[in-house]
Write a protein that binds this ligand. Structure first.
Ligand SMILES: Cc1cc2nc3c(=O)[nH]c(=O)nc-3n(C[C@H](O)[C@H](O)[C@H](O)COP(=O)(O)O)c2cc1C
Length: 197
């Protein structure tokens, strides 16, 4: 049974909702399950530490999750057109795997959420791919055979699923955004299964 790691950070819940949809998409494919994980917040006060177990949501990721899973979906809110610091902080702890090539050849896709419509979804998605490329992962986007890429009036890009959450984070995930999250999960699962053969 292949496992796809769905690793996300979410402060206000939008990316967490997307992560759940991507995970559902993974499990729509045959013989694949999703392992959903998050990362703790980081603080400018070095003494501040998060509790070992999150109060709610997915468990915190461990390095072995990357090693044990055969693919990755990585989700982050946009922070000034870029990935959020807690996820970047996690990637900065992965040099051991980079040296060993542990992730090389595994498929990976990315997803994001922004409060404004043109607030940097595509720059965030592309910059999230950079550490994954350094690790030798095979980047999986969304093809235009997904009809929602043509019809969406919110998020959804060929670089990966996205969501427009609104300035008050009050916009729900649209039907098109939802379908594209599911599509990424399914696609990662199918590609991981083919690569494992
Ligand atoms: C420090 C900071 C920077 C942000 N930068 C952007 C940005 O560049 N563009 C944008 O549209 N939204 C930006 N946002 C808004 C979040 O990306 C947006 O609310 C997102 O949907 C939150 O996801 P979450 O609910 O999973 O935490 C920023 C939010 C914070 C706190």
């Amino acid at each position: 049974m292949n496992e796809i790691l769905v690793l996300y950070y979410s402060r206000y819940g939008a990316v967490r909702q997307m992560a759940q949809l991507v995970a559902r998409g993974v499990e729509q494919a045959e013989s694949c399950i999703a392992r959903v994980r998050t990362v703790p917040r980081v603080s400018t006060v070095c003494e501040a530490t998060e509790s070992a177990i999150p109060e709610d949501g997915a468990p915190y990721v461990e390095l072995r999750d990357l090693e044990e899973c055969s693919g990755l979906a990585l989700g982050s809110p946009t922070r000034f057109g870029n990935m959020a610091a807690p996820l970047k902080y996690f990637w900065d702890s992965t040099s051991e795997f980079w040296l060993k090539g542990t992730l090389a050849g595994k498929p990976a896709g990315v997803f994001t959420s922004t409060s404004s419509m043109h607030g940097g979804q595509e720059t965030t998605l592309i910059s999230m791919m950079l550490p994954l490329l350094h690790h030798g992962m095979l980047i999986v986007g969304l093809p235009y055979t997904e009809p929602e890429l043509f019809t969406t009036t919110g998020g959804g890009t060929p670089y990966g699923p996205s969501h427009h959450s609104g300035m008050a984070n009050d916009r729900t995930v649209t039907d098109q955004e939802r379908k594209l999250c599911l599509a990424l999960g399914r696609r990662l699962a199918k590609i991981a299964s083919k690569l494992e053969k």
